[in-house]
Design a protein around this ligand. Sequence first.
Ligand SMILES: NC(=O)c1ccc[n+]([C@@H]2O[C@H](COP(=O)([O-])OP(=O)(O)OC[C@H]3O[C@@H](n4cnc5c(N)ncnc54)[C@H](OP(=O)(O)O)[C@@H]3O)[C@@H](O)[C@H]2O)c1
Length: 224
Amino acid sequence: MRIVVTGASGGIGGTLVRLAKSRGDYVVGISRERSDADVHYRCDVLDVACLRGVAEEVGRVDGLALAHGHGEEGLWKRDVASLSAEDLLDVFRVDVVGSFNAVKAFLPALGPSASVVLVASTPGIVGDRYGIPYAVAKGALIALARSLAKALAPIRVNAVALGPIETRWTSWVTPEELDEFRSRTVLRRLGRPEEAAEAIYWLLSPASSYVTGHVLVVDGGESL
Ligand SMILES: NC(=O)c1ccc[n+]([C@@H]2O[C@H](COP(=O)([O-])OP(=O)(O)OC[C@H]3O[C@@H](n4cnc5c(N)ncnc54)[C@H](OP(=O)(O)O)[C@@H]3O)[C@@H](O)[C@H]2O)c1
């Protein structure tokens, strides 16, 4: 497959890049920092011209994985009174508008059997008192995935709703908070980036050829 991964420098996107390469796929990475992709482009997902330029250079794409995310520590555990509309919009812009921008930019490159995967999160389904801007953006991403599945068929569009996966954010929280995250899951542990990447890879691949508009929950049972 020829796969494009946004957030390619990140914990989950980077793991997906390496997983796909190890399976013989040609992988194009997009993020502001470098990645291990076969070819990497430094683009901000809010820079439409940059994304369009990449899409024109890359040519045909079989799979588009949108694994970027705002992920700012400063918006974690903020009470409602301290949050501004701009805080909500900051996360919304990167996660939702950035995903929309990337889908639009790559649309001419996606053939009828192509697959798009948006990366959402369980707070987008069940809410999260500690990360309201994040939960709002992830809920919107789920609606975007379902809407695009209807609008772009036969191109398949799905989302993953990830639970707590061991990446950069684990350094922002205390050991006690990490224990709380573990205890919220049925499996009593955080997920590994490889476990998230495998789910995204399955949705990108022809193995999921009759799956579209689906939200695949990968959360160790956290949302049960
Ligand atoms: N880890 C978890 O527990 C978890 C759970 C649920 C959902 N998720 C979602 O999974 C995705 C990846 O998370 P992660 O844990 O891998 O986070 P991460 O390690 O912080 O990676 C985030 C990625 O997003 C990219 N990015 C951020 N802003 C960008 C922008 N404006 N333009 C282009 N790229 C941008 C970053 O690249 P540059 O900084 O190089 O641009 C980086 O590659 C996110 O959508 C996150 O919300 C993660």
